[in-house]
Design a protein around this ligand. Structure first.
Ligand SMILES: [Zn+2]
Length: 215
């Protein structure tokens, strides 16, 4: 099946990609990266997994709770080969993976192992409280978890070097499914706000949203 509208776009992309952003989000079927960010084919380099996690870097030789090679290699390729300058970690409301963090351990050992690094998000939420108490507990946790994934990105040496040099910017976004609102974390506001409001705070969201805000 062909989608005629996209024929010329794919023809232009046939020889390579130059995506605007690395978009790390959940496997949840309701979170559709290109739809919620209004991105076209070729604009987002996407990593999806349960609960949109970025396992922290584990030094060579150490076997720990994470050290996931899949996410790490996608992040490396995005930044070092594709020269992407904006990285978005996008959480969402009603996340089953995040809900599992507040429930008895799931019966899957693989899922338990995968979610283990997210324990630090639960700790941060319990210690520091929610960013926005108007959301349900699991959504409050999901919002904090997306921010913690930015810290985890910084544990990867090449990411830290690029961020410190001002070459790469990290963003935490959050998609509220019932209202279909895409929010961005604002340092100035201390919580997630609309993309437009983040811009009003002088905080530039990723180039993807800048492109889309003009539409
Ligand atoms: Zn999810």
């Amino acid at each position: 099946m062909k989608r005629p509208r996209y024929c010329s776009r794919f023809a232009a992309l046939a020889n390579g990609q130059e995506p605007l952003a690395l978009f790390i989000t959940c496997s949840d079927s309701r979170v559709v990266p290109s739809l919620i960010s209004l991105a076209d084919p070729g604009e987002l380099f996407v990593v999806r997994n349960v609960a949109n996690l970025v396992p922290p870097h584990v030094p060579n030789g150490e076997r720990g709770e994470s050290g996931d090679a899949s996410v790490a290699s996608a992040v490396w390729y995005a930044l070092e080969v594709l020269q992407i300058r904006d990285v978005v970690v996008c959480g969402h409301s009603g996340c089953g993976g995040v809900k599992a963090l507040l429930a008895p351990p799931p019966p899957s050992a693989a899922l338990q192992r995968w979610l283990a690094p997210a324990a630090s998000a639960v700790e941060a939420w319990r210690k520091h409280g929610p960013l926005d108490p108007s959301f349900a507990d699991h959504d409050q946790l999901s919002q904090i978890s997306a921010l913690i994934q930015l810290d985890n990105l910084m544990s990867h040496e090449h990411v830290r070097a690029r961020v410190d040099a001002g070459d790469v910017r990290l963003h935490a976004w959050w998609f509220d499914i019932p209202s279909a609102r895409l929010l961005a974390y604002s340092k100035a506001a201390g919580r997630y706000v609309s993309i437009m409001e983040a811009e009003d705070h002088g905080e530039a969201p990723s180039r993807v949203s800048i492109v889309n805000a003009a539409e």
